[in-house]
Write a protein that binds this ligand. Structure first.
Ligand code: FAD
Length: 317
């Protein structure tokens, strides 16, 4: 069991999360001389973009930029202005009072007048061997991010909801063919999304099917094996793109019971601000956003959260 220690002093701002939202909030609050303390997680420092290769849609990089490099640069830029980074998890919070407390995994309690929650969301996975290693090498969770890389390729999309239909339809702009793989015999997607997908010549469907195996060659996706869930029969599908669209889970377990969450567990904010239901607590990035989920939108809301926190602190004095 960890010993609980308390740090001296009360911070102006604590930021939980080191993705584009957390680092942008850190940059802005640091430049406002609020000396932010940023908890970036023990194993996932830099957030979702550290799990990909080329990022081509973050403005300012005409040649594209490697995901981990982009995140290291964001961190360095925030540190340059005085942001303090701790690569550890926050395991407990009390956000209810005027002074908020957050406890790190080592058991140290940190106090602050404001907290910015930027913990992101996790894409649901198939949990198959090679899935993680091939992220950015044929396996993707985001058509908007990666569709462009799949021109004239044969692609499989896994999922049966609105997101899967949207991803499949979007991918036909680039792909030669798109096969939608769904475990059931009927889709969950809304009728209008289904109709659009059914009407698209490039899209075909493998119902009552799941991905049994991901094939790898030279560190790239080289195909998948489909299994019929009713008969157990398998067949090879020669695709070089696999898009997984089976949902995502916001990282909000820590805040349940204190911060208002929507039915899917996303943090509720008083949009267009980033204010949560608790004064002095702000939410930014994918932990709030279940629609856009892009690095630039996360960074934008991290900036908004920093400005909201700044104004809240100014009103206290
Ligand atoms: P995240 O980047 O998910 O960061 C969340 C952070 O919170 C992490 O650092 C995590 O460690 C930390 N955290 C969580 N819980 C705790 C805790 N309890 N204590 C401390 N820290 C905690 N978007 C694009 O715009 N372009 C792309 O090309 C692109 N490609 C992508 C490729 C992949 C493989 C993936 C997965 C996503 C991609 N995205 C892309 C989406 C983009 O990465 C996300 O929209 C963006 O990273 C969200 O930023 P965020 O700051 O909200 O959260």
């Amino acid at each position: 069991m960890n010993t609980v220690t308390e740090t001296d002093g009360i911070r102006e701002v604590i930021i939980i999360g080191s993705g584009p939202a957390g680092y942008t909030a850190a940059l802005y609050t640091a430049r406002a001389e609020l000396k932010p303390l940023v908890f970036g997680g023990a194993i996932f420092v830099g957030g979702a973009l550290t799990t990909t290769t080329e990022v081509e849609n973050f403005p300012g990089f005409p040649e594209g930029v490697d995901g981990p490099v982009l995140m290291e640069n964001m961190r360095a830029q925030a540190e340059k202005f005085g942001a303090e980074m701790v690569d550890d998890d926050i395991v407990e919070v009390d956000l209810t009072g005027d002074i908020k407390t957050v406890t790190d995994a080592a058991g140290t309690v940190h106090r602050a007048k404001t907290v910015i929650v930027a913990t992101g969301s996790g894409y649901r996975k198939l949990n198959l061997p090679s899935e993680d290693e091939l992220s950015g090498r044929g396996v993707s969770w985001c058509a908007t991010c990666d569709g462009f890389f799949f021109r004239d390729r044969d692609i499989v999309v896994v999922g049966g909801g609105d997101t899967a239909m949207e991803e499949a339809t979007f991918l036909t702009r680039f792909a030669r063919s798109v096969t939608v793989v769904h475990r059931r015999s009927v889709l969950r997607a809304s009728q209008v999304m289904q109709n659009r997908a059914f009407a698209d010549d490039k899209i075909s469907f493998a119902f009552d099917s799941e991905i049994a195996e991901i094939k790898e060659e030279d560190s790239k996706l080289a195909g998948v094996v489909l299994r019929d869930v009713l008969t157990g029969k398998t067949r090879d599908l020669g695709v070089t793109g696999l898009f997984i669209a089976i949902g995502h889970d916001p990282r909000t377990e820590l805040f349940a019971g204190q911060l208002d969450l929507d039915a899917a567990g996303y943090l509720k904010v008083a949009s267009p601000s980033t204010r949560t239901n608790l004064p002095g607590v702000f939410g930014a990035g994918d932990v709030v956003d279940h629609i856009y989920r892009q690095a630039i939108t996360a960074a934008g809301s991290g900036c908004t959260a920093a400005l909201d926190a700044e104004r809240y602190l100014a009103a206290l004095t």
